[in-house]
Write a protein that binds this ligand. Sequence first.
Ligand code: AOF
Ligand code: ZN
Length: 365
Amino acid sequence: MSLPNTPMAHALALARQALPLAPPNPGVGCVIVSPDGTVLGQGHTQRAGGAHAEIVALHDATAQGRSVAGATAYVTLEPCAHHGRTGPCCDALVAAGIGRVVACVVDPNPLVAGQGFARLRAAGVEVVVGPGAEAARELNLGFFSRMQRGVPWVRMKLAASLDGRTALPDGQSQWITGAAARRDGHAWRARAGAVLTGIGTVLEDNPRLDVRLVDTPRQPGVVLVDSRLQVPLDAHLFIAGRAITIYAAARNDAKEAALRERGATVVHMPGADGKVDLRAMLRDLAQREVNELHVEAGEKLNGSLVRDGLVDELLVYLAPRLIGQGRGMAAFGPLSALGDAVPLQFKSVDAVGGDVRIVARIAGR
Ligand code: AOF
Ligand code: ZN
């Protein structure tokens, strides 16, 4: 693999590698470069509670016996200034004698929010902010969403035939797309804070919703919308050691006790019509530090999420087949005018195996 040819592109590539590992932390990359352009150390964010990118890069330089005095640290997010699960990176950079910090963006975490830069400058370190800003924000759009909007970034995954069918009329839906697309879908699951589904999908497909087709350092949690607490206690969703959060509208003490026994967290979030208040659920998930929420649900829950304006992005795999009559991607409407259709913007279109992957964003997100 050829290395990206600027230090910041290199740091962004490192940040991308951290995405499945770092949640709920943002994935950050750091490259330390000497005045003559030699890479002295590099690293990315470790598992939550572990080292931040800057610390890994500083250790990398030390481990190779290289001094970083007067060097430039390229980092994809403002170095932190707070004592969280780890100590402040800005102080570690100063202590190591770093002369200049080039960072993509300000950390939107209110505990940092410019204080890292201020502390670096106060210590005489030159600070440049801005190169790679858009790419850095895109990589961590879930973290920025949680910090700035108080809700996760909601990405809805769909697999459909070219005529937009996700299942036969009776719900049969397995293997619409090929193996490569299914693996790719697991890679997107892997970077999410949690995978969301609805009780309809559980009762029909009994999915596991774990990451198993690609290697992952971490299993995302599962979130189930189950207004009336109908989930069977032996559903495949219950996997030992994996976090599962169930949002309900109705109460059922005996069932809830049994679910807690299975390791689930049950949250009451009643809305209108005896259903879960999805907007309140998203705010609650942000409180629980979910950055990216990966939705794999049926057309009813998908439809409610789209209709309520809660979806940010669609991840759509289209298979080269026609199904004719069947289920659609998201059931909402009927709209009274085509002008009311949900406007999207295509972000990317790629071939994945024999299928096509489209990432589309709700206009304005
Ligand atoms: C950095 N470098 O690589 C990352 C940062 O609980 P802690 O101590 O791990 O701090 C988590 C916060 O640190 C997180 O919310 C975000 O503001 C920042 N993430 N900062 O300097 C890094 N991942
Ligand atoms: Zn830090």
